[in-house]
Design a protein around this ligand. Structure first.
Ligand SMILES: [Zn+2]
Length: 319
């Protein structure tokens, strides 16, 4: 009986869900890894431009960096610009080595890194150093943690040479793109790109599988950014983590995000909100990552959706 139900469910999902969208010519997605027990890599996107390659986000781990360098070498074209969608280290740790390999590449990012260096990253450093001194970092995580400290030791590699301070069209490497600034979203200022000609959006961590990473988020500002993305014409969206989405998938993700916030603002039990996310976002949660999703969603409900006013002020604008 269970088998029949499973088969029916599989048929149901196969007919209800459209085929996985393919990335158009001129774009190349390098998906970040998401493994239990270590930090994820954000997705990276290469964009062909007249002057060379534009690279969006540089990942965390050396293996991701190596894939980026290998792709650029195989294309035989220089990286002329790096865009950081936000400063989280799973999207920026590779900056230093990529910029060393391509020293002429300009770095486009918001100025939110400045507040992060004296705020979240400074607090992270203190807790990492404490954990190291107390021998609380498992051997398997040591290299990753030391790499994060190294990135923090070289803040100039995270600072933009071309700060993004407002939304508008921008010519990068001879290619015209629309650069959008989302204030108080996943970070104090996130950057996302839209390409009207390709009908494509590069969303950074404003859209994330399998769970919104809310460590430095202002949840309501993030919701407004999703509304802006929804108002943008596109047929394919490249998220900060996970597979490309068509518009119906993006709208499903946005609905799941909104439901999570509404549940967080209600007096419903945390477990109910987590189960709601698991249900609404099921198509974005890879098999075997359910426990990770439960843990993270529960943590973000406590720490961001039900945070104290003091904590809220760290990541949201003054009321
Ligand atoms: Zn990320």
């Amino acid at each position: 009986m269970r088998l029949v139900v499973a088969i029916l469910a599989a048929i149901g999902s196969a007919t209800a869900v459209s085929a996985q969208p393919t990335v158009p010519a001129g774009y190349h997605l390098i998906e970040g890894a998401l493994e239990p027990g270590r930090g994820p890599d954000g997705n990276s996107v290469f964009i062909e431009a007249p002057d060379g390659l534009i690279l969006v986000d540089t990942g965390r781990h050396p293996a991701h960096r190596d894939r980026l360098l290998a792709y650029a070498r195989a294309r035989g074209r220089p990286i002329v610009a790096i865009v950081n969608t936000h400063w989280h280290l799973d999207h920026t740790t590779g900056n230093g080595e990529l910029r060393a390999a391509y020293p002429r590449a300009e770095l486009y990012a918001s100025n939110a890194i400045e507040g992060a260096l004296t705020g979240f990253l400074a607090r992270s450093r203190a807790s990492i150093e404490q954990a190291l001194a107390a021998g609380r970092i498992p051997q398997a995580n040591r290299a990753e943690v030391l790499r994060a400290l190294d990135a923090m030791d070289h803040p100039d590699m995270l600072r933009p040479t071309r700060p993004v301070t407002r939304s508008g069209p921008l010519n990068i490497g001879g290619r015209r793109l629309r650069v959008n600034l989302a204030p108080y979203a996943a970070t104090q200022a996130d950057v996302w790109l839209s390409d009207p000609a390709a009908r494509l959006v590069v969303a950074g961590d404003l859209v994330v599988a399998p769970v919104p990473f809310m460590d430095t988020a202002c949840p309501e500002g993030w919701r407004r950014a999703l509304d802006e993305i929804a108002a943008t014409p596109f047929t394919i969206l490249l998220p900060g983590h996970g597979a490309p989405m068509d518009r119906p998938r993006f709208l499903a993700w946005r609905r799941a995000y909104g439901n999570l916030l509404d549940c967080g603002a209600s007096d419903r039990a945390k477990a109910e909100c987590v189960a709601g996310w698991r249900r609404d976002a099921a198509q974005f949660i890879p098999a075997g990552r359910e426990a990770m999703v439960d843990e993270l969603a529960g943590y973000y409900i406590d720490s961001r959706l039900r945070s104290s006013p003091e904590e809220r002020r760290l990541y949201c604008p003054p009321a």
